[in-house]
Ligand binder design. Structure first.
Ligand code: HEM
Length: 164
């Protein structure tokens, strides 16, 4: 075999090995999952509790009537996070009281929303500081409405003439 042929074959083999290696390296880079940004809407506590990183991959929580998409902070609010008690729930009272005890997480099945007007001034200040933090870090995705209001809205929609 002529030396030019050997050089050609060696170059070709090297080229194939390098391109295949590069392609395999690119394939192994998995893109970061993009958290979906849902459209603004109302959530009842019963709907909100689905967004806890278990039932749905998105994680939401509510503060003072606003629902935040905290999926980017899943390591905190997802099922294995230190603040998982807040994921899918109204975190208002817990944040104000600096506690994630069950007693400060309102029952998702209650008819009415938790009313935080009984908090003392210090707790209200703590709460407002946390709210400012969430406003800055996480997108708001909707309003928290009571289960009662949500079911009334559903009944109204089902009885609307356009539906029939
Ligand atoms: C032993 C007590 C605690 C320690 C050592 C602690 C530690 C931390 C640390 C290190 C961070 C920042 C993590 C980061 O940015 O990577 C953080 C964030 C946070 N902590 Fe705590 N914490 C404690 C108690 C609490 C309590 C009692 C609450 C409220 C009930 C709380 C709520 C939060 C929240 C909401 C964040 C923000 C997470 C985010 O970026 O979305 N922490 N904590």
């Amino acid at each position: 075999m002529a030396s030019t042929e050997i050089v050609f074959i060696v170059t070709l083999v090297l080229y194939l090995v390098i391109t295949r290696w590069k392609r395999r390296k690119e394939d192994s880079i998995i893109p970061e999952p993009e958290p979906k940004q849902p459209e603004w809407r109302d959530y009842s506590p019963l709907e909100l509790r689905e967004f806890n990183g278990v039932h749905r991959s998105l994680v939401f929580l509510a503060i003072k009537g606003t629902v935040y998409n905290v999926t980017l902070g899943s390591k905190f609010y997802g099922p294995k996070g230190p603040y998982s008690a807040f994921g899918g729930h109204d975190a208002t009272r817990g944040l104000a009281k600096s506690s994630f005890d069950d007693e400060f997480i309102p029952d998702s099945e209650a008819d009415d929303l938790d009313d935080w007007s009984d908090l003392n001034d210090e707790e209200k200040q703590t709460l407002d500081d946390w709210k400012a933090f969430f406003d800055q870090k996480y997108p708001a995705v909707g309003r928290l409405i009571s289960n009662k209001e949500a079911s009334q809205a559903r009944t109204k929609m089902n009885n609307s003439p356009e539906k029939n």
